[in-house]
Design a protein around this ligand. Sequence first.
Ligand SMILES: [Zn+2]
Length: 154
Amino acid sequence: MRFVLDTSALFAMQDLPPGEAHATPGVIAELRKYDDPRVRFWEDLLKVSSPTPGAIDTVRRTALRTGDDARLSPTDIEVLALALDLRAELLTDDYSMQNTARAMGLKYRGVGMKGIKEVVRWKYRCTGCRKEWEENHPDCPICGSPLRSSRSRK
Ligand SMILES: [Zn+2]
């Protein structure tokens, strides 16, 4: 099985599902930015490639039609386009990405909501104000400092 993952899917999963896992350079850049301890592991397992300009164009046109264009980042568009190029299943928890994938007839699956039951949960602690978050954010919503993930067993 071949699939393409976005950053939200990677952060929601403890392990990659079996098969051929693809991501884009933008996803890798986001992972590095979050400085998550799992990044090194993922970088070894993910096949990284860029989508064709034609696929990016198709995604942009579709998102304009569905009204998702304002909610899709350049990385989101890149990930959708790569899934289109590879005819791979898209793994994402982002609603706008799922909606755009559906409009293009792409197979997609959410990870966080109905994924494999996890034993280990990740928490995200702010390196500035030390507040602990259940979900990951690009930066701390309170003070803007980077978050760091840590395991916490239920
Ligand atoms: Zn903070």
